[in-house]
Design a protein around this ligand. Structure first.
Ligand code: ZN
Length: 77
């Protein structure tokens, strides 16, 4: 049971290709609906959260986890 997690600024891989041929999207707004921007053609679309979760394959680059990794290497006190 793997729950999909994603956050603002994440780059995600979609199951379906965008008409431009790219299937990578950047999450640019979170809410009831999620606004994603196509990495290929920069076109943005608003999709209901449920539909987004269904169509998303995986997170390619998580903005949040990248920050955690950076903090890890710093290893504060
Ligand atoms: Zn596109």
């Amino acid at each position: 049971m793997e729950r999909k997690s994603f956050g603002l600024g994440d780059i995600v891989l979609m199951k379906k290709n965008h008409p431009c041929g790219s299937n990578e999207m950047e999450i640019i707004r979170m809410g009831m609906d999620i606004r994603i921007k196509c990495v290929g053609c920069k076109h943005s679309v608003l999709v209901p959260r449920a539909k987004f979760e269904k169509n998303m394959r995986k997170v390619i680059h998580s903005a949040a986890s990248a920050g955690e990794e950076a903090a890890d290497t710093q290893n504060q006190s």
